[in-house]
Design a protein around this ligand. Structure first.
Ligand code: NAP
Length: 496
């Protein structure tokens, strides 16, 4: 195998690293520097990858699941050994601060060991037959070739949520990562190779969504598309998969809210809001972008938030002092600026921030000041649409009931949170908040890999990443009946 230059990345197809004719620069959003070149592949690369995956999958499915899992154990071990190096690369390509990058790599490590455990479970069900001398069970079987399309904001965690369950269940994968953040994809694939994954089981094809992603979605030999990204792209993918009767799992945007009731521990609530709103510069699908606050504690919460925002150092995430890193690119900055204008025009009151940071070294990267709007109405566009930046809207309410209604009045349904000391409100909230994830006395972010991750309404289409539920995307249920009576026994008829 050819030794790779880490500066120029290559596709990995059928166990071989292959350079592509065309490349694009990979830019560090903190500094504006080029840190690598990523292949811009064509439909032909997708074709090769799918054919390799199709061939490899047949043999991989016959490898006993506990042996398939051994590859994931080794993957987890290698990831753990290289955690610090990977976290630094992740910060360089994505911008999130080092502490968060370490957390993200840890998520992939956890997922590797968790899914490796599935190699000795992958439980089906046995159940009595209605007939004598007949045995009934249902088992999980692999689906075939899985197409994985991932976003730039969690370049290794989301890839692990999708590829590890797919692999342990006996599928082969064609993976298209986001062009913005290809280095984690390259590193993870190298680790899977080193861990002994047979050739063709994982195929990595870099390139744009409109070429590589689209070719995967249209390919008749890819049976499942597992997509995480924006609603606009996800809806189009789902429409095309629908036409082909292709299984599609979608994890998309969010407009996540923290509710702060009048009996809340306000210091704890403010800490939870700061962490979930401004961490990853607000570029998490679970980022808190709305704070629904009881009017009795609004002024005090605003004061606490403003005091904490003042201490948020913005800058290059490789610097351990920094708490808020850059925005992924200039398009992201422009989008945030448009929403600031929209918010002001709608009558929201800007308490702090609202501008791009361009002083000193910051002008080399893409930085935006942590921003807080107040006196926002739940129906305003800044409280309805995903901004994907460090922008929070405070929405005052008069009651618990109104808080729940405001939380639920958006198109999205990913995560929500409530700060209260009242156990009745806690249980009512976890019942009535309509999101896929609900937190109590914690911010809107902090999912653990052994629980299902995903959202309701416009956030998804009913599937879940991570947790045991991820296996439902990558397996089919097969019902098996074994009749050992030696005679014809007809279900529903010969039951007397
Ligand atoms: P995006 O623009 O939708 O891109 C996501 C992926 O889709 C990228 O790999 C992209 O490729 C690819 N793509 C673009 N056009 C495509 C097409 N026509 N066919 C097939 N694939 C195509 O989203 P993003 O900006 O990377 O990510 C941010 C979004 O993801 C936010 O809305 C966020 O909320 C959401 N997200 C959701 C979750 C969740 O679990 N619910 C988690 C994380 C992020 P290229 O970019 O390389 O062209």
């Amino acid at each position: 195998m050819k030794q790779m230059d880490t500066k120029t990345l290559a596709n990995y197809i059928n166990g071989e690293w292959m350079e592509a004719e065309h490349t694009a620069p990979v830019i560090n959003p903190a500094t504006g520097e080029e840190i690598a070149k990523v292949p811009l592949s064509s439909e032909q690369h997708v074709e090769k990858a799918v054919q390799a995956a199709k061939k490899a999958q047949k043999e991989w499915a016959l490898v006993p699941a506990p042996q398939r899992a051994e590859v994931l154990y080794r993957t987890g071990t290698l990831l753990r050994e290289q955690k610090e190096r990977l976290a630094r690369l992740l910060t360089m390509e994505n911008g999130k601060v080092l502490e968060e990058a370490r957390g993200e790599v840890q998520e992939a490590i956890d997922m590797a060991f968790y899914m490796a455990g599935e190699g000795r479970r992958l439980f089906g069900q046995t159940t009595p037959s209605e007939l004598k001398d007949k045995f009934a069970m249902s088992v999980r079987v692999p689906v075939g070739v899985i197409g994985i399309i991932t976003p730039w904001n969690f370049p290794i965690a989301i890839a692990s949520w999708k590829s590890f369950p797919a692999i342990v269940a006996g599928n082969a994968v064609v993976w298209k990562p986001a062009t913005e953040t290809p280095m984690m994809a390259y590193e993870l694939t190298k680790i899977l190779e080193e861990a002994g994954l047979p050739k063709g089981v994982m195929n990595l094809v870099f390139g744009s969504g409109s070429t590589v992603g689209d070719a995967m979605v249209h390919h008749p030999n890819i049976q499942v598309i597992s997509f995480t990204g924006s609603n606009e792209i996800g809806r189009n993918i789902a429409a095309e998969c629908g036409r082909q009767l292709k299984k599609v799992s979608l994890e998309m945007g969010g407009k996540n809210a923290v509710i702060v009731m009048d009996d809340a521990d306000l210091e704890l609530a403010a800490d939870g809001i700061i962490w979930s709103a401004y961490g990853t510069s607000g570029q998490r699908c679970t980022a808190c972008s709305r704070v629904i606050v009881h009017e009795k504690v609004k002024a005090e919460l605003e004061a606490r938030l403003l005091a904490k925002i003042k201490h948020l150092t913005v800058g290059n995430g490789l610097n351990e002092e920094v708490k808020v890193g850059p925005i992924i690119n200039k398009r992201g900055i422009e989008k945030i600026k448009r929403y600031i204008e929209i918010g002001v025009e709608e009558g929201a009151r800007l308490l702090t921030g609202g501008y791009e940071l361009i002083e000193g070294d910051l002008k080399k990267g893409n930085y935006f000041a942590p921003t807080l709007f107040t006196d926002v109405k739940g129906t305003m566009r800044i409280a309805q649409e995903e901004i994907f930046g460090p922008v929070v809207s405070l929405i005052p309410v008069k009651s618990f009931q109104e808080a729940i209604e405001v939380n639920n009045c958006v198109e999205f349904g990913l995560s929500s949170s409530i700060f209260t000391q009242d156990v009745k409100k806690v249980f009512r909230a976890q019942r009535d908040l309509d999101t896929g994830i609900v937190y109590v006395n914690a911010g809107t972010t902090g999912a653990e890999i052994h629980l299902p991750f995903g959202g309701t309404k416009g956030t998804g289409n009913g599937h879940r990443d991570s947790g045991i539920q991820a296996l439902d995307v990558f397996t089919e249920w097969r019902a098996v009946y074994v009749d050992y009576s030696g005679k014809l026994q007809r279900a529903q008829i010969d039951v007397e």
